[in-house]
Design a binder for this molecule. Sequence first.
Ligand SMILES: [Zn+2]
Length: 392
Amino acid sequence: MTRLGRWLHLRSVRDAREKKYVHSRGIRPSSLSTSTILPIPFLGDNYTYLLIDHATREAAAIDPADPYAVHELATQLRVDLVAILTTHKHHDHAGGNLKLQKLRGGRLRVYGHARDRIPGVTRGCVVKPGDVLRVGETEVGVIHVPCHTDGHVVYCVMGAEADAVFTGDAIINGGVGAFFHGDAKDCYDNLHVRLKRVPDAALVFSGHEYMLMNLRFSHWLDESDENVATALREVATRRHHSFTTQPSSMAVERRVNPFFRVKERAFLGKIEELYVAMRRSARKKWYRRYVPDWLDRSAFIAAVEGPDRRDAEMGKLARKIGGTGPDFADISRDPDEPSAIECVKGIKTCQELIQYRHAIDQATAGEGGAEVDEDESPAAEAPEPGPVRVDA
Ligand SMILES: [Zn+2]
């Protein structure tokens, strides 16, 4: 993270504040067993959060990349801001750390993982997996989930059960962030091993308002799935009114997020079918028509297009997994549940299909607008605020 990048980020935050643009409304605090979480929308689709401990009114800011909004709200609510919890190094998450520290007179503990070299981390506040931090009497656990970045962590607010997780860009409601520093196996380890014990009831607070886009993709992958269709309808209605989709829950993510659903054998079958169809249509390239008869067609095409990227990468991953790291040791699965390698392959397939879908969307946007989704027709009534549910 560069100084210039940080400066540009803060300038865009100030510009957006001047224009008073807010991407989401209908925001409500979520009250947990020992604390309350307040989402704060900023820029085009970002969120930062304030975690307020009930017993002491001590508070922590999670990814306060709009330091002005966090400072203002903490002051208005008369809470004692004591800490910054940083999920990862990107500007739209960590870019406000130094500014907020300055606005609060240098009294904050600033947490972050060493591998992301997060600006402003204070002495003794470098986090490792398994750490438990305290904000007043509220305990916050640390889970390391490298993939989007090397030092990405999820903060887990722990009540009697886990109450809530701040997932940054590791889980973005209905999807996951880009794999900048990892691959499909890392994503699998994060969602299905490291976060496995987070209970279904835990609320999921992510870094972005992407749920509509993510669920449209999820619905395209598997149109027959009722959970996804219901969630998409609800989320489309909310977004039509610019209502927030934060938070979702682990139960929702496990039922509608394709990167979790790779554990369902039927789902794997569906995305494989789509993948094969995609490969077939991708093969209809212009030059194929002009390959002369005397040339070995398949050799020519392989040379021009290269091997199937997914299968090539899967070969590498299979070798990696063949070493049976400790990550896979504790998975007890029923015989029909797809194996780890099948799930990893499913994740890889989802990624390729996302890219393919982007290409289609861009192409169709160029010719008279993007697709119209009938699910987005205006609803007669405003949606219920509160966590997104699938059992509507
Ligand atoms: Zn990021």
